[in-house]
Design a protein around this ligand. Structure first.
Ligand SMILES: C[S@@+](CC[C@H](N)C(=O)[O-])C[C@H]1O[C@@H](n2cnc3c(N)ncnc32)[C@H](O)[C@@H]1O
Length: 419
């Protein structure tokens, strides 16, 4: 029997709680590791899925990232793709395996073990590593990240999620109270029972009770209570700490996602303030946005080896193929208010994006196959005065809005095929 409290926790209460029967009616999706998103940020849109592609999901839990990526690779007919799922918890693995079986996904190899032992498991190298909500539970997150980096192929990259401190306001004092209340002899169910008693008595002034961004302890049953309130190792990372962690691992940050949340101009309109921010680096801007918004309970971001020259994809070429993610062209019309403003909800803050006149028409033509050149040609057939430069300028504005909200990515399949 393991004495590692984190292993004991996830054996007793795998997280997040999932029922494999639900696979019949929905695919759980999210960042990091949506296929179009990781292609955009890690591979510059040039991932060639006709070639072998190996991904590691480190700390795969009950399978959300693994199942999503395996399903999206299967949908993309990536016949040479393999995903390795790795987790400490055999209980969590059982759920993940049952979910894969329910979908008939055969590309996943399941391994029970610690990512800290990766080098001796002989599983790598990997083109892509997903590590979502795991590094902040390690005794030494920097050492864990270095191990994941060492498992990357030279052109590979990582998608990470780490907790953010401000959006988790109230969580750590609650964990400290429970550390006071819980005794060594209490087994996991006894701990959950104590947590429920405390939750029932939180005064209205308590910051956890007042924090609308943290709800898993209220909505995810015993697993949610354990994960939020009873974790033995749990810390949060502010943006500057993430920058230091990434640089310390000789990685380069490609982007936080959704990118718009990390840009102060989406929150501020005061010209004097904006002028003062104008010279800041991208990281300093992101740090400012985190402090300003106050609602970021986690940070999702992509990173590559510092020696890897690949930058995130850009939307400035006619051979770019735009891909909408969990968004359709009709949603543009629905979500656009008077004056052509698209609003996107960012955990309680409405981010506003002015859209160009052709936004709805352009979005309606995005099908994941057409290039910008194709879309321009289709629109120019109806409006012969629409020149390529004017089209690209309008597309750039649509892209800024939808990519900023994490809804639109770019692929260069032709370049990948040629490459
Ligand atoms: C909060 S859950 C996240 C699961 C999954 N990544 C997701 O986003 O749905 C954290 C998972 O990391 C696993 N874990 C923690 N430390 C680990 C380690 N050193 N090696 C492998 N897995 C680990 C736990 O067992 C647990 O399943």
């Amino acid at each position: 029997m393991s004495t590692d409290p984190v292993r004991v926790h996830y054996e007793a209460y795998p997280y997040p709680p999932r029922d494999p029967r639900e696979e019949r009616r929905r695919l759980v999706t999210g960042s990091p590791s949506r296929l179009a998103e990781l292609n955009h940020y890690v591979f510059g849109g040039r991932l060639d899925l006709r070639r072998p592609f190996r991904a590691l999901v480190a700390g795969g839990g009950t399978g959300d990232g693994t199942i999503m990526l395996a399903q999206q690779l299967a949908d993309a007919r990536a016949q040479h793709a393999e995903i390795v799922y790795l987790d400490l918890s055999a209980t969590a693995r059982k759920t993940a395996e049952a979910r894969a079986a329910a979908r008939g996904l055969a590309s996943i190899r399941f391994v029970t073990g610690s990512l800290l032992e990766l080098s001796s498991l002989g599983l790598g190298p990997f083109d892509y590593v997903d590590c979502c909500g795991v590094l902040h539970h390690l005794g030494d997150p920097a050492a864990g990240l270095a191990i994941l980096r060492d498992a990357l192929s030279p052109h590979g990259g990582i998608g990470l999620m780490l907790y953010g401190p401000l959006g988790r306001t109230g969580v750590y004092p609650a964990q400290e109270m429970l550390a006071t209340l819980v005794g060594d002899a209490d087994d996991p169910p006894a701990r959950v029972a104590l947590a429920r008693r405390l939750l029932a008595q939180l005064p209205p002034t308590n910051w956890l009770r007042r924090n609308p961004f943290i709800a898993d302890h209220l909505t995810q049953g015993d697993s949610g209570i354990y994960d939020v309130l009873l974790h033995a190792r749990d810390r949060a990372f502010a943006v500057p700490e993430i920058a230091a962690l990434i640089a310390g691992a000789s990685l380069r940050l490609q982007s936080f996602v959704p990118a718009a949340r990390y840009e102060p101009t989406h929150y501020l309109s005061d010209a004097t303030l904006l002028k003062r921010l104008a010279g800041l680096s991208a990281i300093d801007r992101a740090a400012f946005a985190e402090r300003l918004a106050g609602n970021m309970k986690s940070h999702v971001f992509y990173a590559v080896r510092a020696t890897n020259a690949t930058l995130p994809a850009t939307a400035d070429r006619l051979d770019a193929v735009p891909i909408l993610c969990e968004f359709d062209g009709a949603a543009i019309a629905r979500g656009t208010g008077p004056g052509g403003i698209l609003t996107g909800d960012a955990d309680g803050i409405k981010l506003r994006f002015p859209l160009p006149p052709l936004a709805a028409a352009m979005a309606g033509l995005i099908d994941g196959r057409r290039t910008l050149g194709d879309i321009h040609a289709a629109l120019a057939a109806k409006s012969p005065t629409l020149k390529s430069a004017g089209f690209m300028e309008q597309f750039a504005r649509l892209y800024a809005a939808l990519n900023g909200l994490g809804k639109l990515f770019i692929a260069y399949p032709a370049a990948a095929a040629a490459g």
